[in-house]
Design a protein around this ligand. Structure first.
Ligand code: HSE
Length: 438
């Protein structure tokens, strides 16, 4: 086996691609000691060979067209790090048709085209591994597919977008505004090429699509996910939440119950006593609650060159082992046998129950609170606490912060629409769900 060499081609040599090239070089000996075989990058493809990079690409056969690369080269594994949908999808399909195994970090590809890719992989007896597509260095896919495979999974809740977590953490710490902090995240290489995917919640929804499918044995349901980003979170909300004993985090939540499955991505207040409430900066964390294990928490770097490369290279090693031991294509891509994936009722956001943080800007005069609480009471919404800052009470308009008991979201939506129609209420009401995560 010591003479065995697994040949790989890398498509896309940006932040993660360079991380993979550098990590394979740096830990080559360690990996060889563990596996007993060699992993060799033979070719790469990128738009521009001469672009300034953090890795040296001179020694590899270079292609500007990744399709030509898989056509010309004799490789065992294609590592797809281009991202996005169109080129990557075609490339992965063509690779599988040529019996080339695939390792990818591409969450959009798996979330939107995973079924098609799974069918092709099965047909061609190929492996497709995608650990790096969710939560960077955190091995959450392997945990769900392997370590927790004796369990029924009940719910998962995760901070799975580093950029939004970095922004929310930095806004509170530095009191800087959203735009400045986003620029910083982009400079550090955390954000997607289109950062609206990060701040608007699409990136997290792609990842939740994958996690929920492999956790519950359900179809990939990207279109059914309820998605809110962090664009409307203001520093005031971060401060009020802190005062109430909470932290605002952008969470991706999947919960299976008797009436269906909840799939939602949005900002949440979580009690600051929870471990996950202290996950700051670009770090990611996922809580998985399962029937035998109970809740378990996985934490680590959600983005970055070496961090993401750690998961990509781990997949390369595992697929290589399958090649060496002749056992590729044995495990279903989405963790369940393809013919056992179920269609389920995905609950609409109106059908979920939650507690709510509400910030309402009102005219500062007697009777306003009574008008608001009357409407809330009419929808069976019970108030748990009220906050109004004393130093603001002399202003003509003041913010009132309310925390409600648990209620059906439909009732909150209806109540807020009536409250927003009151003359004394100024502008849109800020509504953030509260998650206890227990
Ligand atoms: N843009 C992603 C994030 C990077 O911020 O988490 C990895 O998916």
């Amino acid at each position: 086996m010591e003479n065995k060499t697994i040949k790989i081609g890398i498509a896309g040599v940006g932040t993660v691609g360079c991380g993979v090239i550098n990590l394979l070089k740096r830990n080559n000996e360690e990996i060889f000691k563990r596996t007993g075989f060699n992993i060799k990058v033979v070719c790469i493809s990128a738009k521009n060979k001469d672009k300034k990079r953090d890795c040296n690409v001179d020694q590899y056969n270079f292609y500007t067209d990744p399709l030509k690369m898989i056509e010309n080269e004799d490789i065992n594994i294609l590592v797809e790090l281009i991202g996005g949908e169109s080129i990557a999808r075609n490339l992965v399909k063509k690779s599988l048709e040529k019996n080339i195994h695939v390792v990818t970090a591409n969450k959009a590809l798996i979330a939107l085209h995973g079924n098609e890719i799974s069918d092709l992989a099965q047909k061609n007896n190929c492996d497709v591994a995608f650990e790096a597509s969710v939560a960077g260095a955190v091995p959450i896919i392997k945990v769900i597919k392997e370590s927790l495979n004796a369990n029924k999974i009940e719910w998962i809740a995760g901070i799975i977008n580093g950029t939004t977590n970095f922004i929310l953490t930095s806004m509170l710490k530095t009191k800087k505004d959203f735009k400045d902090v986003l620029l910083e995240a982009q400079e550090l290489g955390y954000a997607e090429s289109d950062p609206s995917f990060d701040v608007g919640g699409i990136d997290a929804a792609h990842k939740l699509t994958i996690l929920s499918s492999i956790s519950f044995g359900i179809n990939l349901n990207f279109d059914a996910i309820y998605v809110e980003g962090i664009e409307n979170i203001e520093l005031d909300d971060l401060n009020y939440a802190k005062e109430l004993g909470y932290v605002i985090k952008h969470l991706a939540i999947a919960r299976s119950n008797e009436s269906g499955v909840e799939l939602r991505v949005h900002p949440c207040l979580i009690p600051n006593s929870r471990l996950i409430a202290n996950v700051d900066g670009v770090k990611n964390a996922v809580v998985v609650s399962a029937d035998a294990s109970g809740p378990t928490l996985y934490y680590g770097a959600g983005a970055g060159s070496y961090a993401t490369a750690s998961s990509v290279v781990s997949d390369i090693i595992n697929v290589s082992k399958n090649i060496v031991y002749n056992s590729n294509g044995n495990l279903p891509l989405l963790n369940y046998q393809p013919n056992k994936l179920k269609k389920v009722n995905i609950l609409k956001i109106e059908q979920i129950k939650s507690r709510y943080y509400l910030r309402i800007r009102v005219t500062n005069k007697p009777g306003v609170l009574a008008d608001i609480t009357k409407i809330l009471g009419g929808k069976s919404i019970s108030i748990e606490s009220i906050l109004q800052k004393e130093d603001l009470v002399n202003d003509a308009n003041v913010p009132i912060v309310l925390v409600t008991h648990e209620v059906l979201e439909k009732n909150i939506i209806e109540a807020l629409s009536s409250i927003e129609n009151l003359d004394v209420v100024k502008g849109k009401i800020v509504k953030i769900r509260i998650e206890e995560l227990n």
